[in-house]
Design a protein around this ligand. Structure first.
Ligand SMILES: [Zn+2]
Length: 539
């Protein structure tokens, strides 16, 4: 009955975008594999879906099961709720109730916090803070904002009165065990509560912002999230996605900002294709989710926080994912919320419309750095390398579409920097092992020994060779580079030793009268140098 009441096109279409294809089928990007062209068919007549690429198929219930990662009974519940059918809680049907109970607990708590913010005298300051930020009641209601009072047992007491399972509240991270003595306490205190909802609009966790007037504001973290649970994962959730997803198709892209209030203010001003990450940088998992709705993402960076790291990460995601990733920069010292309040929605829309893709963004920075007054050849090389080393992270065995993307990018880079594509490619190939050895460094299981044995990048080896052959150059090299510029640990040591022992100016005068142990170290230094050279050049 639930199945009959659920239109498969409508249900599937609420998760992924579908377009009619042929007489009686609909097509879209498959949500179950990394789909690049629409290979997912929905056939409403037979009530079934099938992916021609990964082979997933089934009916509306299996779709919800797979997509929401729930069991059969829960999928039925979701569909029943949507169809307005009251499903009897049959024990046989409802096998795995944990997830459902967790959802219920978060939902209940969300209602309590919200009601408190709306009505309680305890929330007077919270209400005036929100209105001072320019947020209207309507938008506060729409996003279900709440307030957790200071008391410390406020939620606990409500739970006891309402007969709500405290253990479940503990599981979803709202109640905690005291560390100094036995007993429980509310983990969110004197905080504005932003419910984090999943795609379907069910709250799965909270972000809590400390009330600025709170006496705890000094030492407590400004933002505090629910701990990760089976319901809630900080690195996957997107704030506002439930309200944004229906506007993505029309706008043609999704904008990602940093703050919850930035999302709310955008929606309040009618720009609804806006979400925020949960205090983490956007990652491949986010992109995988978002591809259901769009393949164009605009990252909105503050003028000051859009640092090199953020840009490089965005560029890396851009080149390794089959998506358009653009970067928009805000005017100095303004977040989207401030900008919207000061200059209205047109100003923010303009920021979004003038976004440039991650490569263009990085290129502009590189050119700025390279053409800076007084830039040496070395600074120019470093600026160019900072771009090429990101491109070098594209795996050699990348998909044809990634390869094509790289080709096109190199064409653009070459034109802008006045370097031939062949030279760029050669440099990228040189940088590749470097990027790989960096990966090894991040890997905790690798030992120093493995690193030492790793092959040095050709240009590092060449540099050391040149320096060893022309000791006169070492003095000059010392002004230009530091041993830390090298990635290979063995070569790093060689360079260090070279710099210390080959540049005579580096000897302090007292060394002429050096005691025996210093001489011993000198000898040891030369010994290290020679063995390293031997090791690396296979002598
Ligand atoms: Zn598939």
């Amino acid at each position: 009955m639930v199945k009959e009441a659920s239109d498969i096109v409508e249900i599937v279409g609420s998760y992924i975008s579908l377009r009619p294809a042929g007489q009686m089928t609909f097509k879209g990007l498959c949500p179950f594999h990394d789909d690049h062209r629409p290979s997912f068919d929905v056939d409403p007549k037979r009530g079934r879906y099938r992916c021609w690429s990964c082979g997933k198929y089934g009916d509306v219930i299996t779709f919800v099961q797979e997509y929401e990662k729930v069991d059969f009974a829960e999928a039925l519940e979701i569909l029943a709720k949507r169809a307005g059918i009251n499903l009897e809680k049959n024990e046989n049907l409802v096998q795995n109730r944990l997830r459902g109970s967790m959802l219920d607990s978060v939902h209940w708590a969300s209602d309590q916090y919200h009601q408190c913010l709306q009505e309680s005298s305890l929330a007077a300051e919270a209400r005036s803070y929100l209105s001072s930020r320019g947020l209207e009641d309507e938008i506060i209601r729409q996003f279900g904002l709440g307030f957790a009072p200071r008391r410390g047992d406020w939620l606990l007491e409500l739970a006891h009165n309402d007969g709500v399972d405290v253990g479940m509240l503990e599981q979803v991270g709202l109640i905690g065990q005291k560390t100094d003595k036995p007993g429980l306490y509310d983990r969110f205190r004197e905080r504005i509560m932003f419910p984090i909802r999943n795609v379907l609009g069910n709250p799965v966790g909270f972000g809590g912002r400390i009330l600025p007037s709170s006496s705890m504001a000094e030492k407590a973290p400004k933002y505090y999230n629910s701990s990760d649970s089976t319901l809630f994962s900080k690195s996957e959730q997107l704030y506002g996605i439930d309200l944004a997803r229906s506007s993505i198709a029309k706008a043609g892209f999704l904008a990602v900002v940093e703050g919850y209030t930035d999302v709310m203010m955008s929606h309040q001003m009618g720009i609804c294709n806006v979400v925020a990450t949960m205090g983490t940088a956007i990652n491949a998992r986010h992109l995988r989710q978002l591809r259901r709705w769009t393949n164009k993402i605009v990252l909105v960076f503050d003028a000051d926080t859009g640092g090199e790291l953020g840009v490089d990460r965005a560029l890396e995601l851009f080149v390794t994912n089959d998506m358009e990733l653009l970067i928009a920069t805000l005017p100095e010292n303004l977040d989207p919320c401030d900008l919207l309040l000061r200059d209205g929605p047109e100003s923010f829309q303009k920021v979004l419309d003038t976004a440039v893709d991650a490569l263009e963004f990085k290129l502009t920075r590189v050119l700025l750095e390279a053409n800076k007054a007084g830039a040496t050849l070395e600074t120019k090389r470093k600026a160019t390398d900072s771009l090429l080393s990101v491109l070098a992270r594209i795996p050699v065995e990348a998909s044809p579409s990634s390869q094509l993307k790289l080709e096109l990018m190199l064409g653009r880079v070459g034109k802008k920097l006045g370097i031939s594509v062949e030279t760029l490619k050669a440099r990228i190939n040189e940088l590749r092992p470097k990027a790989e050895s960096r990966k090894v460094e991040n890997n905790n299981t690798s030992t120093n020994e493995e690193l030492r044995r790793a092959k040095p990048a050709p240009e590092e080896k060449e540099l050391v060779e040149v320096l060893l052959a022309n000791s006169d150059l070492v003095k000059r090299a010392r002004l230009e580079i530091s041993p830390d510029d090298l990635n290979h640990p063995g070569l790093k040591q060689v360079i260090t030793v070279c710099m210390i022992y080959l540049t005579k100016t580096w000897y302090p005068t007292w060394m002429r009268y050096a005691p025996v142990w210093v001489t011993a170290r000198l000898v040891r230094g030369w010994w290290i140098l020679l063995t390293k050279v031997g090791e690396i050049w296979n002598l």
